[in-house]
Design a protein around this ligand. Sequence first.
Ligand code: GLA
Length: 391
Amino acid sequence: MNRMLFLLLACLSITAAAQKFEGLAKTPPMGWNTWNTFAGDISEDLIKETAEAMIENGMLNAGYRYIVLDDCWSAKERDAEGNLQADPAKFPSGMKALGDFLHEKGFKFGIYGCAGRKTCAGYPGGRGYEFADARMYASWGVDYLKYDWCQTGTANAQETYKTMRDALFAAGRPIVFSMCEWGQNSPWEWAAPIAHLWRTTGDIADCWDCKREWSMGWKTILDMQVGKESFAGPDGWNDPDMMEVGNEGLTFAESRAHFSLWCILAAPLMAGNDVRRMSSEIRDLLTDREAIAVDQDPLGKQGFRFSRETGREVWAKELSDGQWAVCVLNCQDRDAAIKIVWKDLSFLKGDYKVRDIWNKKDLGTTAQDYNGAADKHDVVFFRLAPIGAQP
Ligand code: GLA
C-alpha cells in the first residue's frame, strides 16, 4: 500500500475510534427513570409494570421511549470474571431478558453506571473496567447509559468520560451517553464531542426551592440554567436533571410550571414519578402534545430567561419556522394577575398568532395585550406563530 494512503487510513481509523455515536439525540431524549421515586427499591416487576403502564397511559406514544434503570440494579460485587451482573433477587431473569422485553414492547433500554470505583449507592463502579462494561451493556441490548461521578477521587472528568465514550464506540452498539458529573467541571464547555447530554447541576428534589443535603428544588435548578443556553443543541443537551412532575412535594401548579420550563429549556424529559399510579391530571400534563412539541422542536434551541421582575420571570424559546414559545412564571407565593405587552418582548419581530397551550385556546394576535392570571408558582405558556412575512 502506498505510504500516503496508509497514513490517511490510519488517521481515519483514529478519528473513527475517538467519537460518540452521532445522531442518536437530535431532539432531547424522553423517557422514565427509576431514581426520583424508587431509589434502590427497584425490580424486574417494577420495570415491566411501568412499561405496561406507559403503553396504556399514552406516554410511549407521546415519545417517552427510554426506560432507564438508575443505581442499585447490580449485584454488590462483580462476578468471578470481573463482569458486572444484575442483582439476582431484583432481576432474576437478568438484563438481557429485560432488554428484550423492553424492545418487544417498543421501548429503548437505559441503564446506569459510574465512573468511580463505586456507584453513589456503593455498587461496583466502572473505573478500570470501561471497555469490558461497555461490551457487557452492548450484549444486553442497552440503548442509553447514564454515567455518574461518585468515588472518582482526583480523576480528570474530561479524560474519564472520553474513555467511556471510546469504550461504547468500540463495543459497536449505538448507545446514548448521558454524563452525570453534576456540572462540577463545566461540562457544557467541552462535553458535546463526548456525550449526548450532560447534567448541569446536583440532584433535583420534589419541591419548589428547598435545599436538602444532596438535592435542591426545581426552581433553584432552573435559575442555574441561565447563561448555559448557547451550549445546547441537537445531539448535545444540557440536562437540568430528571423531572419531579407528579411527585408528592409539588402542587399541581408547581408540576405544571416545572414541566413547561423543562420544555422551554429543551431539557431531556425523563419522568421520575410512579406512572402506574398517577392522577389523570398529571398524565395529561406529561403527555401534552403541544408542550412536548416545544421541547422537541427540530430547531433544537434551548430557551433563555428574557426578564426577571419582582415576582415573575419571562422565559422564551425560539422554535422552527420563526415561531416562539413564551412562558411566564409566577414566582410569588400567591395567585397573581399576569399581563403581557407583547411588544415589550424585543426578540419578537412583527405580529404573531397566540396559542394558549394549557387552556387549549387560540387567543388572537400579539397586537392585543394578554391579561390573565396564574396560581402561585404556576405558569402561562404560549406558542406564537408569525403572521405573514417577517419584516
Ligand atoms: C447521583 C445522581 C443521581 C442518581 C444517584 C444514584 O446522586 O446525580 O441522579 O443517579 O446518584 O445513586
